[in-house]
Design a protein around this ligand. Sequence first.
Ligand SMILES: *[C@@H]1O[C@H](CO)[C@@H](O)[C@H](O)[C@H]1NC(C)=O
Ligand SMILES: *[C@@H]1O[C@H](CO)[C@@H](O)[C@H](O)[C@H]1NC(C)=O
Length: 443
Amino acid sequence: MKCGALFLLLAFAAIVNARVPVGSADPEGDLWVVLVAGSYTWFNYRHQADVCHAYQIVHSHGVPDDHIIVMMYDDLATSKQNPTPGQVINRPNGPDVYKGVPKDYIGMDVTPENFLKVLSGDAAGLEGVGSGKVVKSGPNDRVFVNLVDHGAPGIFAFPHTFMHAKDFSSTILQMKKDNKFKEMYVYMEACESGSMFQNNFPDDIGFYALSASNATESSYACYMDTKRGTFLGDVFSIKWMEDSDREQLTKETLLEQFNIVQKSTTTSHVEQWGELSLDSNTVSTILGSKTPEGVVDPVIPSHDPCLNSSVSSPDVPVAILQSNIDNAANAGEAQMWQKQLIKLHENRNLVNSITKKLAIEVTGDGEMAQEMTTDKHHVITQWDCYEQAADAYNENCFNLGENPYALRAVHTLVNLCEHGHTASDIIAATEKVCTHPHITEIH
Ligand SMILES: *[C@@H]1O[C@H](CO)[C@@H](O)[C@H](O)[C@H]1NC(C)=O
Ligand SMILES: *[C@@H]1O[C@H](CO)[C@@H](O)[C@H](O)[C@H]1NC(C)=O
């Protein structure tokens, strides 16, 4: 090349470079990744295992740690129930996915408030909290968010509290107004996860999401591990991540991935939301475009060991305790698990009976109350009433983060609101009916 031509090229490169926003490595914009597991305890192993695996995927595809923010309780590696201390796996005999995962926000710092601050780039609001890392995205950037936990209509749970659908969507809509992303992609694993997106996001703001389940059904766990006594993954999460491990991400489109995941997640309805034309982008758009080094170890089983051990999320604790009973080393151990199983059913009955009482208190009618507690098919339209009712139920009756089973009862609040009962009537009823002592860990 002649010197003149080289000079011109350099000058041109400088001009192009000058137009790149500060903090952005290329004119295509940066990729930011936020990974959140919202649960804790051994029963919920699978959620943090999924998120650790997601980290390994984006890490191996070249997304640097300063562009990845991880929130997880981090109680698995050191749990006394962990037969392989310091390690977490996401499929039977699979590799350790815990190694190298940044501990940006752990324990009590895993909250919806902190998550929304991380997402919207509120560094000042997180000063002195965890690593303080936030998404510093600009108008050219892409953001990928993977959330994994328990859910309920309009609710995504966190270890000691929960996030309302409207707080989630309004934060993202505000980010759009503030020019904080070109495109945002969300993959969410939770029961009723469709309800977090339904009617909450426009289809023209560069927002695209997949939910593990529709608005009114459970999501499913899989890979029961009898040695660890817990499930290692969730079906939707396993399906999109094992597909990502297998495919060349710069070639596969998001639509192709959606089709594979939807078809292979036979346990629930995986759904797409938002601006669907974004699915013509490649998967590398959201997970990174570098070719991973070393062997990615693709499991392509002839029969599907995830699906053949899948269990709906609410049934997971019972399945775990039953497996522990069946696999106990001796009669004493079996008896211990048996006791826990009995206690679990007692606690679940408490949630059901108190919620029923609440419905009777509000409706003044036993038959109506029965309908309110059994019908699960309402689309939420009375958001204000439902948010206030859920807050009161969380405050006065059962903490929805600490008692995953109570999430199975909040559709009753949806129904009461949709049938014209007011938030103040429901709040008053929670104060009257929920007089039991504070209780946690109703799984
Ligand atoms: C959601 O899933 C449930 C359970 O699988 C099903 O009965 C229902 O028809 C589905 N609803 C929609 C809107 O797809
Ligand atoms: C599921 O598949 C695995 C092999 O991957 C097999 O060992 C196991 O027995 C199967 N479980 C069931 C319940 O079919």
